[in-house]
Design a protein around this ligand. Structure first.
Ligand SMILES: [Zn+2]
Length: 266
């Protein structure tokens, strides 16, 4: 099975990992599961970011700037995955197809984005539509960094289509759909989706982020914002002490996980 791309939740789950700070990567000899070619690859080990994540959960710095290390790519067949030593049978087939080759060699796209799009294609072919959506969103992040707003908007739209084509989305994932739509300037769809989610009596944390999204949508603001803007100010949590805030006053759940994504409360 293709492993998921290390994302903010993985960093939260796995805790601090050894490895050079800023990359978390070490070079090892890896055998490609698709073509058998050996190459030296860095195995990325996520570490908890210090800055707040964006509303679409793109991690804060320093993890934010390590995207170039999140995927390995075979120098021979171009198979791309977090660990190319593993491949789903459908992935092996996907790497040989014309659409995969076309994505990998498309010089109109930033090189880092091509890798994420290639991985998204492989995931889509294995039927992992939500994981494919995640990889496509990451291509959009790479386009953001490369200052390609048109590509970033298009890939956010593609990510939303993949999310919606997959199994039903929970409230947390729907927030990310809303953010992707807003940042793609699909304000009407973003507004309708946000209103539906707000009307479904979501958990407090989700309601807080959705309230912020609705304000941004009303302002036609397609910019980047972090979850720190949606968090209740510390003054509103009088009983909280360091390390216990999320557990006691927010009832766990999303805030709890979000807070572990950066060091605000530590
Ligand atoms: Zn290969």
């Amino acid at each position: 099975m293709p492993r998921p791309i290390p994302g903010p939740f993985d960093a939260a789950r796995n805790g601090p990992q050894p490895g050079p700070r800023g990359t978390g990567a070490r070079l090892t000899e890896v055998r490609c599961a698709v073509c058998g070619t050996e190459s030296r690859q860095a195995r990325f080990r996520p570490f908890p970011p210090e800055g707040a994540p964006d509303l679409d959960l793109r991690p804060g710095e320093p993890l934010r700037s390590t995207m170039a290390s999140w995927l390995q790519q075979c120098p021979h067949c171009s198979y791309v995955a977090p660990e190319i030593a593993h491949a789903h049978p459908a992935a092996i087939e996907a790497v040989g197809t014309a659409p995969f080759r076309a994505l990998i060699v498309d010089t109109a796209h930033p090189p880092l984005a091509r890798r994420f799009l290639g991985y998204a294609y492989v995931l889509e072919e294995t039927g992992a539509l939500h994981a494919a959506a995640e990889a496509t969103l990451q291509a959009a992040w790479a386009a953001d960094d490369a200052r390609k707003p048109d590509l970033a908007r298009a890939w956010r739209g593609d990510a939303v289509a993949l999310w919606r084509a997959g199994p039903p989305l929970d409230a947390e994932q729907t927030v990310r759909v809303v953010d992707a739509l807003r940042r793609a300037e699909a304000f009407e769809d973003a507004g309708v989706t946000a209103e539906q989610l707000a009307a479904s009596q979501p958990p407090e944390a989700v309601a807080g982020v959705i309230a912020l999204e609705l304000r941004l949508i009303a302002l036609r603001d397609s910019g980047r914002h972090t979850v720190a803007s949606a968090l209740p100010p510390p003054a509103r949590r009088p009983h909280a002490t360091h390390g216990s805030i999320a557990k006691r006053s927010q009832g766990g759940g999303w805030w709890d996980r979000l807070r572990r994504l950066w060091r605000r409360d530590r």
